[in-house]
Write a protein that binds this ligand. Structure first.
Ligand SMILES: Nc1ncnc2c1ncn2[C@@H]1O[C@H](COP(=O)(O)OP(=O)(O)OP(=O)(O)O)[C@@H](O)[C@H]1O
Ligand SMILES: [Mg+2]
Length: 262
């Protein structure tokens, strides 16, 4: 299964959701690849990839360790880093579109990784507000579906709890879902909700209305968690929110619709 995480804003927890979902699935014996298209390469950083990303290294014509595999109990959490320098993302992915040789090298390396390792889950981290057909996501997606054309594919949207972000997220969901017929919308995560019963309940009601309007199957409401705020530790030290742990159980069982996790 491929799960791609989208959101309209930076700093709302897209990478944290990718990483913690990946970690908890690996703990449960699954083989997981995080495809880190985050311009900052946050998941890559936490897992310990410090070199340039795949695309940066191709453009610079240098070798780099942009892939790392970590064994977690009976599973694996692997990460492939695409970028890692926000100031270069648009330029480098544009070059990749124009430069045949660079594009060929990229396709060779990425398809080789996808061919040699088979994963149970592919989790894709994203730039905020990315358009479905931007160069920065298109190259990755094109190769991915060439190698794995029949994979089940879902999208999870992440928002914070402010009325403005929720509204923008709804518009964004509409835009993304109109621009593709590959895969399905899966759910909406509202992250960093003030951890008080009244706030959590108000958001739950709001989320369920959005699920209905946007035909999403799952709602996930994650409170603000002190220990995650400003997290700068290693994968080992990263706590998994209960809601993400529950989500991973449900995904493994194939429960993909009709509930909200709080
Ligand atoms: N539920 C939470 N409670 C408190 N802090 C959180 C929570 N979720 C994530 N964080 C923290 O918020 C910060 C931003 O999270 P993250 O990097 O995952 O966001 P992002 O949406 O991927 O950002 P970007 O668009 O810049 O890649 C991190 O320090 C992270 O540890
Ligand atoms: Mg991120």
């Amino acid at each position: 299964m491929r799960i791609t995480v989208y959101g309209v804003k930076g700093g709302i927890g897209k990478s944290t959701i990718c990483l913690t979902l990946g970690k908890t699935l690996a703990r449960k014996g699954k083989k997981v690849l995080i495809i880190d298209r985050d311009p900052l390469g946050w998941s890559s950083n936490v897992i310990g990839i410090k070199d340039k990303g795949l695309i940066n290294s191709i453009i610079d014509n240098i070798s780099a360790n942009f892939f790392k595999s970590v064994k977690i109990e009976n599973g694996y959490l692997d990460v492939i880093k695409f970028y890692g320098d926000p100031s270069r993302v648009f330029n480098d992915s544009y070059i990749l579109t124009r430069n045949r040789e660079a594009k060929k090298k990229f396709e060779e390396i990425y398809s080789n990784i996808l061919h040699t390792n088979k994963y149970d889950f592919y989790i894709v981290d994203n730039f905020a507000m990315v358009n479905y057909n931007n160069d920065i996501v298109f190259h990755e997606r094109e190769v991915f579906y060439r190698i794995l054309p029949n994979i089940e594919s879902y999208r999870i949207y992440v928002s914070d709890h402010s009325a403005t972000t929720l509204k923008n997220t709804e518009n964004y969901i509409e835009k993304i879902e109109k621009s593709t017929n590959i895969g399905k919308p899966l759910g909406l995560t509202v992250n960093m909700v003030p951890p008080y019963p009244k706030d959590l309940e108000d958001i739950r009601i709001e989320v369920e209305k959005i699920l209905q309007r946007k035909k999403l199957g799952i709602g996930i409401i994650i409170p603000f968690i002190e220990k995650l705020f400003g997290f700068s530790g290693t994968l080992n030290e990263l706590d998994i929110p209960n809601q993400i742990d529950k989500l991973s159980d449900n995904i493994i069982k194939g429960f993909l619709t009709g509930y909200t996790i709080t």
